[in-house]
Design a binder for this molecule. Structure first.
Ligand code: ADP
Length: 492
């Protein structure tokens, strides 16, 4: 037995006329001369017309806006005749009150056996909402375009070079200044990248920083050399910030390149000058030192000896300052050279205390050795420099106090030795703590009595020496209570 045919069973229940009349779209049939022969209720309700007012009384062109007649004769009927259908035509259907209903019309030809056109069936969709969205979209597009133009206008007014990049880091806009400064066409830059302008030696550094910024979405600030229109390279400060969308993802990068060549060259010249001047100063200081020692060995009176010792300590101080200056200028072009060898931290500390004590006599330097492992793999001379810096600072910045404590300890289970240098002096303001390790930085808080002289280089050099020993300098400080500088080294 055959299974019952569901289509056949349901057919009597479907009222096709009802579906036709109340469909969510309008239906309209008309003769080739346009006379309407059938229309559904949906379309009638949109038009606010009755069946009687429309059927046989109105033509299709009566329903479409001005110019409809020409369109009907010249395009509509010839297309229908030729292709048998005409789809997705945008027409304004005119309602009874004269207002327009934006509609999308699909039309199909009804033809006889000889291919003659008998009538046309049209399906009409109300696209009022779609038109509204289209208008809004257009408005938004125009507003975006306007904003883009404003941005470009501003970007071209600025005497700096400005660029934007896609989230993946590819450039997608550069301002006029960028083009003229780097002598590179917009199209060239947009399809390539800033990499083409970079000084070969700076590429790796830039790529590393840029990839890390793109991955993390963090701002980028970097100094690199970029090729200019004369085919030479200038130092530039490249800055870039991420513009993020609502979900936090980067939508765009905004960046600028500021030419800082003059400043960098001035700094280089300053460093060069310091280097030459320090070198020149070294020779007379060496002979001063020698004469001073000769005098001390001679039959000088007790009183002269006191003065000679004082001048020896001043000479030693000057020597230390000059070697700090030389270190810093050398560090600009290459890292400090370090010669690692097993060294006793106890010896280093004792030697540093001796060196400092001969210069500063007012403080008692207490060394607390609470460690059994004291041998480290280090550059003895450089580590002595670290200790001398820390101890002399502790003395310098605690005038009127009488002691400085050096504590050396091993943590249980750890193969490291910890060194703390503590004073009970003026302390460092919290907001300046991070900066004291910068080159030439000196605390400038008016509440702090900083009449002590210095170059602001000791901690910068100390931090760099310790970094080369895989160690980090730490500081804790309280105003008018004192400061402790600490570091640790692996023992061997
Ligand atoms: P300098 O002592 O020549 O100025 P440093 O680099 O050694 O240079 O120190 C930088 C600054 O940090 C000093 O100017 C001082 O303001 C501050 N500082 C360093 N050590 C101490 C300390 N023990 N107590 C208070 N301030 C200190």
């Amino acid at each position: 037995m055959n299974a019952p045919n569901n289509n056949n069973l349901l057919a009597p229940l479907i009222d096709a006329e009802e579906l036709y009349q109340n469909a969510p779209c309008g239906y309209l049939s008309f003769l080739p001369n346009g006379t309407i022969i059938k229309v559904n209720k949906t379309l009638l309700s949109w038009l606010s017309l009755t069946n009687e007012e429309v059927v046989s009384r109105m033509k299709f062109i009566d329903l479409i806006a001005k110019g409809g007649a020409i369109y009907y004769e010249m395009i509509f009927i010839p297309s229908i005749k030729m292709h048998g259908r005409l789809n997705e035509i945008n027409l304004d259907i005119i309602k009874k009150d004269g207002s327009a209903l934006p509609a999308l019309v699909n039309s199909v030809a009804i033809i006889d056996k000889t291919q003659g056109l008998l009538a046309i069936n049209a399906t009409i969709f109300d696209i009022t909402e779609r038109k509204k969205y289209e208008r809004e979209l257009l408005r938004a597009k125009r507003a975006a375009e306007n904003e883009r133009k404003q941005f470009e206008y501003l970007a071209n007014l600025i005497p700096d070079t400005i660029w934007t990049a896609l989230p993946n880091g590819e450039l997608d806009f550069v301002n006029d200044r960028f083009e003229s400064h780097f002598d590179i066409g917009k199209n060239q830059v947009v399809s390539k990248s800033i990499l083409t302008l970079l000084y070969p030696k700076d590429r790796k550094k830039f790529l590393k920083a840029w990839i890390s910024a793109v991955r993390s979405g963090n701002d980028l600030v970097i100094e690199v050399r970029l090729r200019n229109q004369l085919n030479t390279y200038d130092w530039h400060l490249i800055r870039s910030i991420a513009h993020r969308g609502e979900n936090g993802d980067v939508i765009k990068w905004f960046g600028s390149c500021t030419n800082i060549n003059d400043q960098v060259l001035a700094l280089e010249r300053k460093d060069e000058f310091i280097q030459i001047a320090s070198h020149e100063l070294k020779t007379p200081i060496t002979s001063l030192k020698a004469y001073n020692q000769l005098l001390l060995r001679s039959e000088a009176s007790e009183k002269s000896r006191i003065f000679l010792k004082k001048s020896a300590s001043t000479i030693a101080n000057m020597e230390f300052l000059i070697s700090s200056l030389l270190d810093v200028t050398r560090m600009y072009s290459s890292p400090l050279t370090i010669h690692f060898a097993p060294a006793s931290l106890k010896d280093i500390i004792e030697q540093s205390v001796d060196l400092v004590s001969s210069n500063y006599t007012s403080h008692k330097i207490v060394t607390e050795l609470r460690a059994d492992k004291l041998i480290v793999n280090a550059d003895k001379q450089r580590l002595t420099q670290v200790m001398v810096n820390l101890i002399s600072n502790a003395i310098k910045y605690s005038p009127g106090k009488d002691s400085v404590v050096i504590k050396v300890s091993n943590n249980e289970g750890q193969n490291r030795v910890h060194v703390d240098v503590t004073d009970f002096g003026m302390g460092i303001p919290e907001k300046e703590i991070d900066q004291i390790f910068s080159k030439f930085y000196r605390v400038s808080d008016p509440k702090i009595d900083t009449k002590v002289s210095g170059l602001g280089l000791g901690l910068y050099i100390t931090q760099n020496i310790l970094k080369l020993h895989d160690s980090q300098i730490m500081v804790s400080s309280k105003i008018n209570q004192g400061t402790t500088f600490s570091f640790s080294l692996p023992t061997i």
